[in-house]
Write a protein that binds this ligand. Structure first.
Ligand code: PBG
Length: 342
């Protein structure tokens, strides 16, 4: 036993002597050297900032589950979008809290719904900002599910497709640059593409929430968007977190249906899926650094248990290293400020 240990350690020293280039620390000696050999660099241009928009005037309501994030009325939303652009972040992702929710989520596809109004306002004020819209019904239905709920508690796939397509068309007509379906219905990319094309919106790209897992990390978001399901859960349509191969099938299916960009969500607990998606597909890939990932770090940072800024940059860099071209993150403004040197 001790012979084995000795042989191994002396073997590695001998190896180092024979092959001097095994000294990996050489390239890490100074900050300048480390800068030169850094493989992954994060830029504000990689980031997409999610925002929550609500009715009313002068509303800036803190979201208890997500410190530093707010439900914003249109006037304050505009201030945020102007600031987002100033920081060099190219895109925002919009979520809406409607005045009324109903069984079929009609405010999602109302041309005067909160999201549609927000899109028009942003495009008037900051025309170059890329506006991405979430295409889903859960914020707009009184039951909180992502589609049409049948009496037996099942979400009707095909009836939902029609409403998702109407939602995407109304958002694109209002001026959305990218529509991002997140309901996890089968066939939703094909349904959106057909609907958009028929409405003369064939230039609007679809960012597919292609592999979206049923995740406890969405908890803080559901407080923010007031969209938790009243009964049951989303496991009959969102994916089982145990399934990496099935995630690739979901991604592939969305490519076949005509997705222009793919998304993996959540990001941190699914970096293996993101890395495989990067290897397998040549489409631009987004990763969603979700609300629970944000809230965990905010809580630990506020308690002084981790260095929030350093951990934030490490997380975002890891997501990019794993293969994301775009990172949707509530940290977008904080990260952009750091990257720009304050
Ligand atoms: C809508 C939607 C959700 C998120 C994005 N779009 C919630 C859900 O599916 O329950 C979660 C985002 C986050 O947690 O930051 N379906």
């Amino acid at each position: 036993m001790s012979g084995l240990v000795t042989r191994r350690s002396s073997g590695s020293v001998a190896g180092a002597a024979r092959f001097p280039d095994v000294r990996l620390r050489r390239n890490r000696r100074t900050p300048a050297l480390r800068d030169m050999v850094r493989e992954t660099t994060l830029s504000p241009r990689n980031l997409i900032y999610p925002l929550f928009v609500t009715h009313g005037r002068d509303v800036r309501a803190s979201i208890s589950s997500m410190p530093g994030q707010y439900q914003l009325s249109l006037d304050h939303l505009m201030e945020e979008v102007v600031e987002t652009e100033r920081l060099g972040i190219p895109a925002v992702l919009l979520f809406g809290i409607p005045e009324h929710k109903d069984h079929l989520g009609t405010q999602a596809y109302d041309q005067h719904g909160i999201i549609q109004e927000a899109i028009v306002a942003i495009k008037e004020t900051v025309p170059d900002m890329v506006v991405v819209t979430d295409v889903c019904l859960c914020e707009f239905t009184d039951h909180g599910h992502c589609g049409v709920l049948l009496d037996d508690g099942v979400v009707d796939n095909d009836a939902t497709l029609e409403l998702l397509a109407r939602t995407a068309v109304s958002q694109a007509s209002a001026g959305a640059d990218i529509v991002a379906p997140s309901a996890m219905m089968d066939g939703q990319i094909a349904a959106l593409r057909a609907g958009l094309d028929a409405a003369g919106q064939s230039d609007t790209p679809i960012m597919a929430y292609a592999s979206k897992f049923a995740s406890a990390f969405y908890g803080p978001f559901r407080v923010a968007a007031e969209s938790a399901p009243r009964s049951g859960d989303r496991r009959a349509y969102q994916m089982d977190g145990a399934n990496g191969r099935e995630a690739l099938r979901e991604l592939e299916q969305d490519v076949l249906e005509g997705a222009d960009m793919l998304m993996v969500k959540p990001a941190l607990a699914y970096l293996d899926v993101l890395a495989k998606a990067r290897e397998r597909f040549d489409l631009p890939i987004a990763a969603y650094n979700v609300s629970g990932e944000y809230a965990m770090l905010k809580a630990a940072g506020a308690n002084g248990w981790v260095d929030e800024q350093a951990a934030m940059m490490e997380m975002l860099t890891s997501i990019k290293r794993a293969g994301a071209d775009m990172i949707i993150t509530y940290f977008a403004k904080d990260a952009a400020r750091l990257l720009r040197g304050g």
